[in-house]
Design a protein around this ligand. Structure first.
Ligand SMILES: Cc1cc2nc3c(=O)[nH]c(=O)nc-3n(C[C@H](O)[C@H](O)[C@H](O)COP(=O)(O)O)c2cc1C
Length: 376
């Protein structure tokens, strides 16, 4: 298949979020513990139109710390960057939004979807969906206080009995946000539950009915390949997609969505990007064993999708230094054709990895990967 002609690919169109012009319609989600400057740079270099710092609690902004500085740091090579906030009250989030005016960000997202128990029990994340008045107040106060275009990321509802996406979208639109991202699940749906396109479409229709042609709606959930990205646009009517787990270990996804039909990376290209990511990581965090331990999850995501990499995966799960990573990868590649392409097509077709090519991001769920016990 030939890559799409530019005009026929809607993802290549620029996206306007308030006064901000994003070069295309494939965005990288804020990802806790993942969307740091090194990973964002890699995703941007491979096509992501907009990336975000991971979610911040409003209280995080009250005290300076090295962790906070590393989290909020924007690399000189990052042309465009968003930040995401959540908090227990409208006032605390608005105050934090005011503090962020002094930082160099281009857009501010309000997290109204995080399901993690520790966050929700403190009244932040998707807890707010249970209190629609707080949604309106938070969005209004933040739009007043922030100098940036403001957006919000929501779920279809807190749970199935309270699927209030239409009401929440109307409130956000009325409060003046520039973009709404809808994750097509409720808090109770783990990742095994397929994203609900029809639910997102309801939210999109509610946004369109508000008579605000400037209001952008972005679809989120289960975007692992270009065909899912396209389905998201076609079946929901949204304007753009926000990629999350699909980018873990696979930043090529952005380039593939922007040019469907372009081949998966060959092993040599895969090595080059992985090692570039490692270099950015060491520039950002240093190269001590703590910094390398932090990179391990990326390594495990990167090595998924190839056949016969089990041994390498096991070795990489205990690496201590950057040199060891390079050595293990080169050793693992020594007997493998450098032109081997990542991800075989039949894996894509059923979208589940085979047993011999374990892919942790497909199996992530709230219990195992996001430190969440049973939903409260
Ligand atoms: C490791 C990880 C970290 C996440 N961190 C955030 C976050 O900081 N802010 C946010 O809005 N969503 C966060 N999410 C949720 C995703 O953005 C997304 O809504 C969800 O994973 C559904 O999309 P997917 O099915 O394409 O992964 C996170 C998800 C994962 C897997």
């Amino acid at each position: 298949m030939q890559p799409d002609a530019p005009s026929s690919n809607p993802f290549k169109q620029p996206l306007r979020i308030g006064g901000l012009v994003v070069p295309n319609r494939v965005l990288l989600s804020p990802l806790a513990g993942v969307s740091d400057a090194p990973f964002r740079r890699i995703c941007q270099e491979l096509g992501a139109g907009l990336t975000y710092v991971e979610m911040l609690l409003s209280s995080t902004l009250q005290h300076a710390s090295q962790r906070r500085e590393l989290m909020l740091a924007r690399h000189a090579a990052e042309p465009i960057l968003g930040v995401q906030l959540t908090g227990p009250t409208a006032e605390s989030v608005a105050e934090a939004a005011g503090v962020l005016n002094a930082w160099r960000f281009d857009t501010l997202d309000l997290n109204m979807g995080c399901p993690v128990r520790k966050i929700v029990s403190g009244g932040a994340g998707c807890a707010i969906l249970q209190d629609p008045d707080r949604v309106s107040r938070t969005a209004r106060l933040v739009c007043e206080r922030s100098h940036l275009p403001v957006s919000a990321k929501i779920r279809l509802g807190y749970d199935h009995a309270n699927r209030n996406v239409v009401d929440i979208v109307r409130r956000l639109a009325g409060a003046g946000v520039a973009m709404i991202t809808i994750h097509g699940r409720t808090r109770l749906d783990h990742y095994g539950v397929p994203v609900d396109f029809a639910g997102i479409a309801e939210g999109v229709a509610a946004a369109r009915a508000e008579g605000r042609p400037d209001l952008v709606v972005t679809g989120n959930g289960d975007i692992f390949d270009p065909s899912q990205a396209r389905r998201m646009l076609d079946e929901t009517g949204c304007d753009a997609v926000l990629v999350s787990r699909g980018a873990l270990g696979n930043p090529w996804l952005f380039a593939q969505i922007l040019a469907p039909g372009s081949p998966h990376p060959r092993l040599v290209e895969w090595r080059e990007v992985l090692l570039r990511h490692l270099r950015y990581h060491c520039e950002h965090y240093g190269a001590d064993s703590f910094a390398i331990a932090r990179f391990r999850k990326h390594l495990l995501w990167y090595v998924s999708g190839f056949r016969g990499m089990r041994r390498l995966r096991e070795d990489l799960s205990a690496v201590q230094s950057a040199e060891q990573i390079v050595m293990l990868i080169d050793r693992g590649m020594a007997d493998t054709d450098p032109d081997l392409r990542r991800y075989v097509t039949e894996q894509q077709a059923d979208r589940r990895p085979r047993e011999d090519s374990f892919d942790p991001k497909f199996d992530m769920d709230r219990h195992a990967d996001r430190a969440l016990a049973t939903a409260g």
